[in-house]
Design a protein around this ligand. Structure first.
Ligand SMILES: Cc1ncc(COP(=O)(O)O)c(C=O)c1O
Length: 423
């Protein structure tokens, strides 16, 4: 569902409070305030996340399962973080698997699912996806699995839903799709994809890494089988999180060491995890909760507060997106990839991939970087996309990403800097 349709009333985000939470935002470059437009590559973290990580290391640093205070505190802390992520995604705590990042978790899950597959089984992927939701599945070709790659519409970088429906059939075992594109910002109709997969008796695997900071995730109402995200994209530490339906986590067979429990979700978590970062994940969800409660103080549950935070973020990002797209389109020789029609802004998030004739993305990123604007250039691992649009050999795109700690004033400054660079 487009984000715009999910919210009826408007709630305000307090940009001053939001920015005050992030110490990194106080940095300057050559006397100018730094402008962090690199959120799609990883967001900054609130002070409480930093403090919680330091506090864990100072007071509770221990392995799990110990018969002593810090070990027990670590177990309790991990349980709380799992439950917090359960509220973030709307599932139960035992359906939350922690891992180093989305890519590692996806390789692990694709190995386990691949154990059940053989020659002639089919997996449907998309050319719009980040490679982390492509290569781990494509590697199953070595088992005789057939990979089908769904096209996207080049004009607006939206998924070709007809092609997707045509590629799903009686041999389909899994459909892997991104919730939102980390390059061009398109939000896919994942509810429809999940429905098509289910009708064919196939599993659905959703990469929500890029979507998570921008829109609410509800795995129960989506009814997807798996969903992955990375907390470092939504103000948390560098960690990945996988949601798996309990029945799948119980039934599938993870590759694992013998002493590791067979109980879920731990049987999917290998070796000693990054406990300090798991502590940071709980603090990150606390931040989301406070953001929501500031917008709607009457809310009592964590899940409701997270949804309210998303509502406030949506309105703020929408205003910035309108200003940004109008300003970008007014720059001579600039091409914006993805949806640019305001009537369809509900189907995109505030992530912009651009090219400007006569300037390579690296040159633009470098010149912007010198002026204190942190953007990204290249393919951001959305390799199929840059190859199909034939920009891979030209340095990809310049990517500008907005998140809630960005401001309308920063958008104005970025546009002015770009205009200055390209004259
Ligand atoms: C859409 C998307 N999927 C997957 C990934 C990979 O995530 P991780 O770095 O957690 O492996 C990224 C990282 O940028 C991403 O943007």
């Amino acid at each position: 569902m487009p984000i715009a349709e999910q919210t009826a009333s408007s709630t305000a985000l307090d940009p001053t409070w939001v920015r005050a939470q992030f110490p990194a935002l106080a940095q300057t470059v050559k006397g100018q305030p730094a402008v962090f437009l690199d959120g799609p590559g990883g967001t900054q973290v609130p002070q409480r996340v930093i403090d919680t990580i330091a506090e864990y290391l100072s007071r509770n640093n221990a392995n799990t399962g110990g018969a002593y205070q810090t070990g027990r505190n670590t177990d309790r802390m991990i349980a709380k973080a799992r439950s917090a992520m359960g509220d973030f995604l709307n599932c139960d705590a035992d359906e939350i698997v922690f891992g180093p990042n989305m890519t590692t978790l996806t390789f692990a899950m694709s190995r386990a699912i691949g154990r059940e597959l053989g020659p002639g089984d089919e997996i449907v992927l998309t050319l719009l996806d980040h490679d982390a939701n492509f290569s781990p599945w494509k590697a199953l070709e070595e088992k005789g699995v057939v990979i089908r790659a769904v096209k996207f519409n080049e004009a607006d970088c939206t998924l070709d839903m007809e092609d997707l429906a045509e590629n799903i059939g009686s041999h389909t075992r899994l459909v892997a799709v991104g919730y939102a594109s980390n390059a061009v910002g398109t939000i896919n109709n994942v509810a429809k994809v999940v429905q098509l997969a289910r009708q064919a008796g196939a599993l659905s695997y959703i990469d929500a890494v890029h979507y998570a900071p921008h829109g609410p995730i509800d795995v129960r109402s989506l009814d997807c089988d798996f969903l992955v995200c990375s907390t470092y994209k939504f103000f948390g530490p560098h960690m990945g999180v996988l949601y798996g339906k309990r029945e799948h986590l119980q039934k599938l067979r993870p590759y694992k060491v013998r002493p590791l429990t067979d109980n879920i979700p731990n049987c999917w978590e290998w070796g000693t995890l990054n406990h300090e970062c798991i502590a940071g994940i709980k603090a990150c969800v606390d931040y989301w909760e406070e953001l929501g409660k500031r917008a709607k103080p009457e809310l009592t549950t964590r899940r409701a507060a997270i949804l309210a935070a998303h509502e406030a973020i949506h309105h703020h990002e929408r205003k910035m997106m309108e200003k940004m797209i109008a300003g970008l389109l007014a720059i001579p020789r600039l091409k914006l990839y993805g949806i640019s029609d305001q009537r369809r802004f509900g189907n995109r998030c505030a992530t912009f991939a651009i090219r400007i004739a006569g300037h390579t993305p690296r040159e633009l990123a470098t010149k912007l970087g010198e002026r204190g604007f942190f953007t990204w250039d290249g393919n951001y691992y959305a390799l199929n996309l840059t190859e199909q649009l034939d920009v891979e050999r030209l340095g990809g795109f310049l990517r500008i990403g907005l998140v809630p700690y960005n401001t309308l004033e920063e958008v104005d400054r970025l546009l002015a800097a770009l205009r200055q660079i390209v004259v």
